[in-house]
Structures are given as structure tokens and as C-alpha cells.
Write a protein that binds this ligand. Structure first.
Ligand SMILES: Cc1ncc(COP(=O)(O)O)c(C=O)c1O
Length: 394
């Protein structure tokens, strides 16, 4: 049986993580893996999460099945958080997904049933899992231009030119905020134009919302998704609680479908449930219940928001410090984009050979496309990191 298979390529991030772990140098710097880290290099459990977990531990009476749609309180709280009441809830249906990936997978499966072999347009570049996920469900992935490696900003005219040429049979996957891997994001006026273009062409938006609150704030980061969802008759949103609640391994996410009307919403809901039933039957609930408890409790919610704000501000501070350190040393503004990007990542635009040299010579690890996780920048070694980067590009 297995001899008929070819070895599959694994996501490069896991290879890099293994290399980092095996590197004996004590001063190595990990800018690779895409998880938030505090200034001790730890991916912490948030206090609000600990408290919610304790509460669940003390009060839960059963671990029986939740049902195929999952934790409804979690989904409702997430819809409110992400969409903020901009759409009539009669048109909205949700199921829990195993993390943002699980939510995306459910939504893509349903989309491939609606448009068998249909085209899905993904930003160039994108989170490396978007493409294989689309292929796995039988959609045909294509890129739309997104990042200009010269300016390290969004190539908006090129992006719009492509999106404007799409039809009602096409799907457009948009990063709701904090673009991964580039860190370059659409401005509000650009979101307005994208939403208007989707309304006009009828191309279907699937919004991946994996970093709400990591960019400029919970409300600020929701601008794009709200604009798109309120501008078009039908859309989908995949929400992840992995990053903003630090719940990575708990696999908490919500698949949100917004139909033209209640009848369509019911149909899409039955399809989402059918996909879940035939794949994992029920979604894990522990993380979902933690988020529900936090969002439904005024005090815990305030504590979570304060913790999220602290994480976001730390990442912003590190961005500014690194950009300033490079500017001071090089007397050039070439790396100022690091401070202008938002979210957890920046794509530095370095060639693979330079990325390799940084790893081998200096023990600075980043993804080979030169994506850095800004949360991994050691605050007390920003100057040293600036020196390494400048020496590598000279
Ligand atoms: C853009 C993007 N979408 C979705 C996800 C899915 O996250 P998870 O499945 O861990 O919730 C990630 C995680 O890295 C991501 O970066």
C-alpha cells in the first residue's frame, strides 16, 4: 500500500523549528515560529484564560457531546466580537472549527460543494497552508498580487486589477488583518475599495481572521472584515482564537457563513454540519468554552482585553525599536517598513542565501522567505539583531 505514495513536503516551519531546537548555541534568536512570545521567550497562558479554566474545572458537570455545531455561546460571542452587529443575525450561521484551520477547512469544503473545481484567489504570498488546503478540497488556487518586495508594502493597484477581473464563480481569500507573512495591510480606504469591487463583481469573499486584536486594536482590526461582510450579499469568515487568546493547542475557532437571506443561511448551515459530521463529527470544546466564559463575563473580558493590549503594544514597541536601531546604524530608512507593518510578522524581503547566512553564522532563525516573528525579538538585544541584519545585507 504505502509504496505507492510519494513523500509529501512538510510545512517548512516545522523543519525550521526542529533545526532551532537542535542548535546548541545559547544565544540563538528564534524569529521563526508563528506564536506570540513574551520577553522571556515563553508563549504564556493568559491570566484570564487560567481563571476561566479554573472556573470551568470547578463548575462543569459533564463532558458529554456538545452537538455538531459546537459551543453556541462561543460562536455567538465571537460573531459579536468580529462583526459587531453589522449584519442581521438571521443571515448568520456558525459552527465551531478545530482552530482557525479547522474553520477554514469547513468553509472551503462547503465552497467546493457550491463551486466544484472553482477558483480561489489567494494573496501572493500567503500563509503557506492556504494553498494546500484549497487543493485538498478540490478548489483551484491562484494567486492575486499583494506584496511589492521592493517597497515592502501592498501593491494595491496590481491587487485591484486582478480582483476587478473576477466573476461570481470566483472566491477571494482575504486576510482580515495582520497579514501573514508580510505584515503589510490594507488601509481603511483600500478596504472600502476592495469591498466595493467585490460587491460589483460578485466574487465571493472568504475572510481569514486569525489575528484580531494583534494589529491596532479589536475594533480597528475588525474594520476590513466588517466592511466586506456589510457590503456584499454573501460571505464567510474563519475566526481563530489561537493567537488572541493564546489557545494554540486547544484548537478553538469559528466558521461563520453569512447568507443572502435566512433560507440560504439554513442551507449553508446544514452543509457545514454535514462536513463536520463526516470528518471529525464534533469539534474540541475546551478552548471554545474558555473563550465563551471570558467573553460573557465582564471582568474576565476586561482582563483579557488588557492582556491582549499589552501583547499588541509590546510587538509595536519591538517594531519601532528594531527599525530605529537599523536607521541609526545605517543612516537609511530602508527598514522603516518594520515599524509601519502590523501584526506579528514582517517580511524583510531578504534573499534565501542571506536568511541562511543569518541562521548559520549568527544563530538568527527566520522563515526562508525572510518572514520574522516580531514577538521573538529579544528586547535587550535589538541592537545586536540590527547589526546582524545590516551585516547580512551588505
Ligand atoms: C493567516 C492564518 N490563518 C489561519 C491560521 C490558523 O491558526 P490555527 O489553526 O492555529 O487557529 C494561522 C495560523 O498561523 C494563520 O497565520
Amino acid at each position: 500500500m504505502f509504496e505507492t505514495l510519494k513523500k509529501a513536503t512538510l510545512d517548512k516551519i516545522f523543519v525550521l523549528m526542529a533545526e532551532y531546537a537542535a542548535d546548541p548555541r545559547t544565544d540563538k534568536i528564534d524569529l521563526g515560529v508563528g506564536v506570540y512570545k513574551d520577553d522571556t521567550g515563553l508563549t504564556p497562558i493568559m491570566n484570564s484564560v487560567r481563571k476561566a479554566e479554573q472556573r470551568i474545572h470547578d463548575t462543569a458537570m459533564t463532558k458529554t457531546y456538545m452537538g455538531v455545531v459546537g459551543n453556541k455561546g462561543f460562536s455567538a460571542a465571537v460573531v459579536d466580537l468580529a462583526l459587531g452587529g453589522i449584519v442581521d443575525l438571521k443571515r448568520v450561521r456558525t459552527v465551531n472549527g478545530a482552530g482557525g484551520t479547522g474553520a477554514l477547512s469547513i468553509l472551503m469544503n462547503v465552497l467546493s460543494r457550491a463551486r466544484p473545481g472553482g477558483r480561489i484567489f489567494i494573496s501572493d504570498p500567503s500563509w503557506p497552508n492556504h494553498w494546500p488546503m484549497a487543493e485538498l478540497v478540490g478548489l483551484k488556487p491562484h494567486y492575486y498580487p499583494y506584496f511589492d518586495p521592493r517597497t515592502r508594502r501592498v501593491d494595491f493597484p496590481a491587487m485591484m486589477k486582478m480582483i476587478d477581473s473576477l466573476t461570481t464563480d470566483d472566491i477571494v481569500l482575504l486576510h482580515g488583518c495582520c497579514h501573514n507573512p508580510t505584515g503589510a495591510n490594507l488601509a481603511r480606504e483600500q478596504w472600502d475599495q476592495v469591498a466595493e469591487c467585490l460587491r460589483r463583481t460578485g466574487a465571493f469573499p472568504l475572510v481569514d481572521l486569525a489575528y484580531l486584536g494583534f494589529g491596532d486594536g479589536l475594533e480597528e482590526d475588525a474594520y476590513g472584515v466588517r466592511k466586506v461582510v456589510s457590503s456584499v450579499p454573501e460571505s464567510m469568515v474563519a475566526f481563530s482564537a489561537s493567537k488572541n487568546f493564546g489557545l494554540y493547542r486547544e484548537r478553538a475557532g469559528v466558521a461563520i457563513a453569512i447568507g443572502k437571506n435566512e433560507t440560504d443561511a439554513e442551507i449553508v448551515s446544514s452543509q457545514m454540519q454535514n462536513v463536520i459530521r463526516a470528518t471529525i463529527s464534533q469539534t474540541p470544546d475546551h478552548g471554545a468554552e474558555i473563550v465563551r466564559v471570558i467573553l460573557e463575563d465582564r471582568e474576565l473580558r476586561a482582563e483579557w482585553q488588557a492582556e491582549l493590549t499589552a501583547m499588541r503594544e509590546r510587538m509595536k514597541r519591538l517594531r519601532v525599536k528594531l527599525a530605529e536601531a537599523i536607521r541609526q546604524r545605517s543612516n537609511s530608512k530602508d527598514f522603516d517598513f518594520i515599524a509601519e507593518h502590523s501584526g506579528m510578522f514582517s517580511l524583510l524581503g531578504l534573499p534565501p542565501a542571506v536568511v541562511e547566512r543569518l541562521k548559520v553564522k549568527d544563530g538568527v532563525y527566520m522563515i526562508n522567505d525572510s518572514r520574522i516573528n516580531v514577538a521573538g525579538i529579544p528586547e535587550d538585544r535589538v541592537g545586536e539583531l540590527a547589526d546582524y541584519l545590516l551585516a547580512a545585507v551588505r
